[in-house]
Design a protein around this ligand. Structure first.
Ligand code: RUB
Length: 277
């Protein structure tokens, strides 16, 4: 490799790492895909360790880095990319069966698996609207709202603490018919997703609104998944000293709150999904 080529690749690798760390590249699938590309620039243990250190709650990234590090060739690289596409295509078709005309779908944060499926449903003439939450402190909900709006889907964004209003029929809003959440990790006992997801699932259960997890099955892991704690400055930049701040990025949603997992395997109850992975 020429020195110019080496420097160019190093710059690219560092840029991807920075963007993943800063959540400019966000969501399990986008992170895994970017990590795959970064790894292919400098295949090896060091690159793998570095990438895995960036977002600790990302088993999909771990799964694909495991795959590519065992067979660091073009064939495996393409196999992984094809999987992402095929899984999403199947998820999209399953979502089409789930959405009824005039549904109000509630979603949280920004999930590529969820958004692509909603856009597919819209393109296939489903009439529905979306309620979403802004998702403090990094406002990924704004990305969701913008992408849905661009696709011609009616979207209403709520502040996070208005969850109860967005889900139940209160203060002039309709009742949500379904909750669609993405997942960073799927485990035997439940899923891990953006902070707020557990409260959403609990309110939905009280309101008898079904919660669906829309996710590629490669997010499944048998390992213990650490829950990422993020920089306190994201919550309050230059906060006065001696104020303790917490910034948990993710939380666990027990499987008892989940009506079904919508993956490339179909729309399956949690336990049936586990039987497939
Ligand atoms: C994103 C988030 C998403 C899942 C699934 O969190 O919680 O719901 O990652 O996303 P963050 P996808 O913004 O902190 O990465 O469907 O894109 O894999």
């Amino acid at each position: 490799m020429s020195i110019i080529n080496f420097l160019r690749k190093r710059r690219q690798f560092r840029r991807i790492c920075k963007d993943i760390k800063k959540v400019k590249i966000q969501g399990a699938r986008n992170i895994a895909r970017a990590a795959l590309h970064a790894y292919s620039l400098f295949p090896g243990k060091r690159a793998k360790r570095k990438l895995l250190s960036l977002r600790p709650t990302e088993p999909m990234m771990e799964n694909i880095l495991e795959l590519i590090s065992k067979n660091p060739d073009k064939k495996t690289y393409n196999y992984i990319l094809t999987h992402f596409k095929d899984a999403q295509d199947k998820i999209n078709k399953n979502i089409l069966k789930l959405i009824k005309n005039n549904d109000v779908i509630f979603t949280h944060c920004h999930s590529t698996n969820v958004i692509n499926a909603l856009i597919y449903a819209k393109k296939h003439s489903k009439k529905f609207e979306v309620y979403n939450t802004e998702t403090r402190p990094l406002f990924q909900g704004r990305i969701t709202a913008k992408e849905l709006k661009k696709a011609g889907i009616k979207v209403t964004m709520f502040i996070d603490s208005a969850l109860g209003i967005a889900l139940g029929k209160k203060q002039g809003t309709k009742r949500a018919d379904k909750v669609f959440l993405g997942a960073d990790a799927i485990t035997k006992k439940g899923i891990i997703n953006k902070i707020g997801s557990e409260v959403i699932a609990q309110i939905a259960k009280n309101e008898k609104i079904p919660v669906y997890i829309i996710a590629d099955s490669w997010k499944f892991t048998n390992s213990n998944v650490p829950l990422e704690q993020r920089d306190l400055n994201e919550v309050w930049d230059r906060a006065p000293k001696h104020i303790k701040i917490k910034n948990p990025a993710f939380e666990f949603v027990q499987k008892k709150y989940i009506k079904a997992v919508v993956s490339e395997y179909g729309i399956l109850s949690y336990d049936k999904f586990l039987g497939k992975v």
